[in-house]
Every structure is written in structure tokens, then in C-alpha cells.
Design a protein around this ligand. Structure first.
Ligand SMILES: CC(C)(COP(=O)(O)OP(=O)(O)OC[C@H]1O[C@@H](n2cnc3c(N)ncnc32)[C@H](O)[C@@H]1OP(=O)(O)O)[C@@H](O)C(=O)NCCC(=O)NCCS
Length: 151
């Protein structure tokens, strides 16, 4: 399996379809994309993965979006991007990287393996912050988990 190359890109060059894999709301994406530090994974000409990190404070950054194209999932690209996001945040001066997720399945394991710890639960977050109900594997997203990694 060829290893993708990683590139920092302006936000307008990130394929919206990829971002929507992780976050189904174009409005929510638009809010963080402008101020985001965006990195894409490319295999040849194709963009196969992305992450977006954003400063919350001087020393705390948030992983706003992380996605791999469905046909390229399970090949280690997500793990490569996550390691890179952690290293980038550290280089940008972060001492803590946070994220929020409504998925309690393999994505949670994916982040916990990288060292993230659950630090809070925000009940009803997805009911109050998204205009449409969100479903994954037939289950409605209601509560958001906050995860954090000390860098
Ligand atoms: C989460 C995501 C980014 C992981 O990317 P990926 O390239 O598929 O992940 P990797 O191939 O690097 O796998 C990382 C680990 O997760 C596990 N994993 C990945 N997909 C999995 C799945 N569907 N079911 C179970 N485990 C899975 C792998 O087994 C691997 O574990 P290992 O390190 O023990 O081998 C990808 O599944 C994705 O884009 N999902 C849709 C968007 C999304 O949910 N983003 C996160 C929002 S919180």
C-alpha cells in the first residue's frame, strides 16, 4: 500500500465532501474552516484524507475534523493523520489538544489508542447545536464526548 503524502493547504482547497464524512453540517464546518489549520493526505492526485485543527486559546488547540475517504479507510491513513495533527499542534505551541465526538464506536477507540482521555460529556449537544437529527449506524447522536490529550 503506498504511503500518502501530507500537505498543509488553504481551507478552500479542502474537499467539502471529505469534511462532511466527519461532520454533516456545512454551516458548522464553515464556522471553523476559515480559522483552521488544514492538512490533507494525497495519494497521487487524489485527496484521500484531511484534518483541521484550530486554536482555542494560546496553548489549547482543537481537532475540529478528521476524515478519510470511505474507500481508503482501514489502511492506516487516519492514524498517520492523527499522529501528524498531534505533532503539528505541539509545534504550533499547544500544550493540550482537544476534540469533541458523538461517536462512541471505533472512532473513540481510535482516539483513545493515541492517548486521548475522556474529560467531559455534554448532554444533548447534538440536539441543540445541529439543525437536523444526526444518525450513525441507525443510532441518533445526542451527547458529545470531550476528549483531550496533554502534549
Ligand atoms: C475515524 C477515521 C478517520 C479513521 O481513519 P482510518 O484511515 O480508517 O483509520 P486507520 O486505518 O488508521 O485505523 C486506525 C485504527 O482504527 C481502527 N479502525 C478503523 N476503522 C475501523 C472500523 N470501521 N471499525 C473498527 N475499527 C476501525 C483500525 O483497526 C486501526 O486500529 P489499529 O491501529 O489497531 O490497526 C475514519 O474511519 C473516518 O474518516 N471515519 C468517518 C469520519 C469520522 O467519523 N471522523 C471522526 C469524527 S469524530
Amino acid at each position: 500500500m503506498p504511503t500518502p503524502s501530507l500537505h498543509k493547504v488553504p481551507s478552500e482547497q479542502v474537499p467539502i465532501a471529505l469534511l462532511l464524512e466527519a461532520d454533516p453540517s456545512p454551516c458548522v464546518i464553515a464556522r471553523y474552516l476559515q480559522e483552521g489549520h488544514c492538512v490533507v493526505a494525497r495519494l497521487g492526485e487524489a485527496t484521500v484524507g484531511v484534518y483541521v485543527i484550530k486554536a482555542l486559546t494560546a496553548d489549547t488547540w482543537e481537532l475540529m475534523n478528521m476524515a478519510v475517504a470511505p474507500e481508503h479507510q482501514g489502511q492506516g491513513i487516519g492514524a498517520l493523520l492523527l499522529r501528524h495533527a498531534i505533532e503539528q499542534a505541539r509545534q504550533l505551541g499547544a500544550q493540550r489538544l482537544e476534540l469533541g465526538t458523538g461517536t462512541f464506536g471505533h472512532q473513540l477507540t481510535f482516539y483513545q489508542r493515541a492517548g486521548f482521555r475522556v474529560v467531559a460529556v455534554e448532554p444533548d449537544y447534538f440536539l441543540t447545536h445541529y439543525p437536523e437529527p444526526l444518525f450513525e449506524n441507525g443510532l441518533q447522536h445526542r451527547d458529545r464526548l470531550r476528549l483531550a490529550l496533554a502534549l
